[in-house]
Design a protein around this ligand. Structure first.
Ligand SMILES: CC(C)(COP(=O)(O)OP(=O)(O)OC[C@H]1O[C@@H](n2cnc3c(N)ncnc32)[C@H](O)[C@@H]1OP(=O)(O)O)[C@@H](O)C(=O)NCCC(=O)NCCS
Length: 149
């Protein structure tokens, strides 16, 4: 598949709505970032990627970076496009972004019940390094992950 990845610097309100639309379709209502939270989440992330196939929106990645360590803040691929390498393409672009910054580590979290995300982290080379009770609130626990680049 051939994908086009858009790296956003100063996203417009319309572009932020695209992140919200993906979020809405990919996460349960009680897990999704709200439309109210999304502008700050997107604008506060140094790495903000949207991915398209033949002009059709497929997914997003949000990442942060400081002092040699990056954080995979959120990644989501629309259901129709899942399992076809879109998530991997986004993650490769994140690593490409980090390469000149001499980043040595990427960390991440995922819900303990999110089996697909767990498989994705393992496939991307992450190692589980911790268990964080109530990380997401409402007694929702997280696994923490670390990848040495
Ligand atoms: C998790 C998610 C981003 C993966 O994106 P994707 O485009 O489907 O992933 P890819 O096709 O690039 O696959 C990457 C790896 O994930 C794993 N994976 C993806 N879909 C899977 C599935 N349905 N079952 C098992 N493993 C799966 C595979 O190990 C795969 O590795 P491989 O390429 O060596 O086979 C996507 O499923 C999604 O948006 N899920 C809902 C939102 C979510 O849970 N986000 C993660 C929050 S931490």
């Amino acid at each position: 598949m051939s994908y086009e990845i858009q790296e956003l610097l100063n996203p417009t309100d319309e572009e932020i709505k695209l992140f919200s639309s993906i979020e809405e379709e990919c996460f349960n209502e009680d897990e999704a970032f709200s439309d109210e939270d999304m502008p700050a989440l997107v604008r506060g992330s140094q790495i903000k990627l949207l991915i398209y196939e033949h002009g059709n929106l497929c997914g997003y990645l949000l990442g942060r970076y400081a002092f040699g360590t990056a954080y995979l803040y959120s990644i989501a691929v629309l259901p129709f496009h899942q399992g076809k390498g879109v998530g991997r393409a986004l993650f490769e672009q994140m690593k490409h972004y980090l390469f000149p910054l001499d980043c040595k580590v990427i960390t991440s979290h995922c819900g303990v019940e999110n089996v697909t995300s767990e498989k994705m982290h393992l496939a991307f080379g992450f190692t589980p390094v911790g268990y964080e009770p109530d990380f997401y609130g409402d007694n929702k626990d997280a696994v923490s992950w670390r990848l040495e680049l």
